[in-house]
Design a protein around this ligand. Structure first.
Ligand code: 13P
Ligand code: SF4
Length: 321
């Protein structure tokens, strides 16, 4: 990695009034040049807080779309417009709409890992860091549709003792963690604390002492005095974990296939410093959203922002889309 490219990015950021926001799954050098690094809720929130006129979101496209939905006046750049997510591609708008229409009296709770179109037909958006708070605020007599991540939904349903109807989506990275091999690893390291992201299958989550968003897992490594963790989430987060706790041993939870690099998210890893420099120079690719769609998607995202900041909201009686 050249020192020049970092200097160039820093100069461009300043000259063009751009804040760089990066997700924990990005490569270390990208996290290091960012103004703020965090989980998907933190990044959506930072988009509203940073004073810069423009934002480059080094993460996946749905994260940048969320920032654009909340801040239409800002130019929101991404390093690579092909940086998708299996949860987004696994919940096409037409099919999600047809599913949603089957339960018009229910409230549709949608994970932020979804397209702007899917957000536009949802009642509220959640992330793994605020899901319990948001679902907990829904009146007990309301039926809940939860999508597109069935594993996050099932974990939440168990945690809150609340029935839900699930969309059958999954994260292609987190479903590869393997419970049988994890069990064997725990036998070899009985002194390790297992931490896992709720996108993992329940068979893996049953072994975890802590289940939470990327920032929750990072907090655990920061604050728990033990010296060894088995980590069931994407590898990018090891960068901050090592920075915060150079004294601990971090062991990657095993995936189905020994020796494969399948706990790297292929979409997050599409981003590079070179692509960031091109985006800052050319102002492309930038997120473009139809204004009518943006306004509809804003409603469900804004409900998430309001509930998490303690404001009261009105739930719709029925879906009439
Ligand atoms: P977090 O909100 O926990 O950062 O998760 C985002 C994500 O895409 C996990 O795969
Ligand atoms: Fe999507 Fe999974 Fe990648 Fe997160 S890790 S962005 S859920 S594919």
């Amino acid at each position: 990695m050249s020192f020049d490219i970092i200097k160039d990015i820093q100069a461009l950021k300043k000259e063009k009034d751009i804040a760089i926001l990066a997700h924990y799954y990005e490569d270390g050098p990208i996290q290091d040049i960012a103004d703020h690094v965090g989980d998907s809720f933190f990044l959506a929130k930072q988009g509203q807080i940073v004073p810069h006129k423009n934002i480059l979101l080094a993460g996946v496209v749905f994260m940048a779309e969320s920032v654009k939905i909340l801040n239409p006046e800002k130019t929101v750049l991404v390093p690579d417009s092909n940086a998708g997510c299996s949860l987004v591609s696994g919940s096409p708008y037409d099919q999600y709409l047809a599913w949603r229409k089957q339960y018009p009296d229910a409230l549709c709770v949608t994970y932020i890992n979804s397209s702007a179109e899917v957000k536009s037909i949802s009642d509220v958006i959640i992330t793994s860091s605020n899901a319990a708070q948001i679902v907990g605020s829904i009146p007990k007599d309301r039926r809940i549709l939860f999508g597109p991540d069935q594993h996050l939904g099932k974990w939440l349903s168990k945690k809150l003792d609340r029935e839900m109807i699930f969309w059958p989506g999954a994260c292609e990275v987190h479903v590869l963690f393997n419970a049988k091999r994890l069990f064997q690893l725990i036998q070899q390291h009985p002194d390790a604390v297992v931490i896992a992201h709720p996108e993992c299958d329940d068979s893996v989550l049953q072994y975890a002492t802590v289940v939470g968003s990327t920032s929750r897992l990072l907090d655990e490594v920061k604050n728990n005095p033990v010296k060894k963790f088995i980590v069931a989430t994407e590898t990018g987060i090891f960068h901050q974990m090592k920075r915060l706790r150079p004294d601990v041993e971090l062991i990657q939870a095993p995936v189905v296939d020994e020796g494969c690099a399948c706990n790297d998210c292929p979409y997050m890893k599409m981003n590079t410093l070179e692509k960031i420099k091109v985006a800052l120079t050319t102002f492309k690719p930038a997120i473009q959203l139809d204004e009518n769609l943006r306004q509809k998607a804003f409603i469900s995202l804004d409900r998430m922002m309001k509930i998490t900041s303690g404001q009261s909201i009105q739930w719709p009686e029925r879906f009439d889309g």
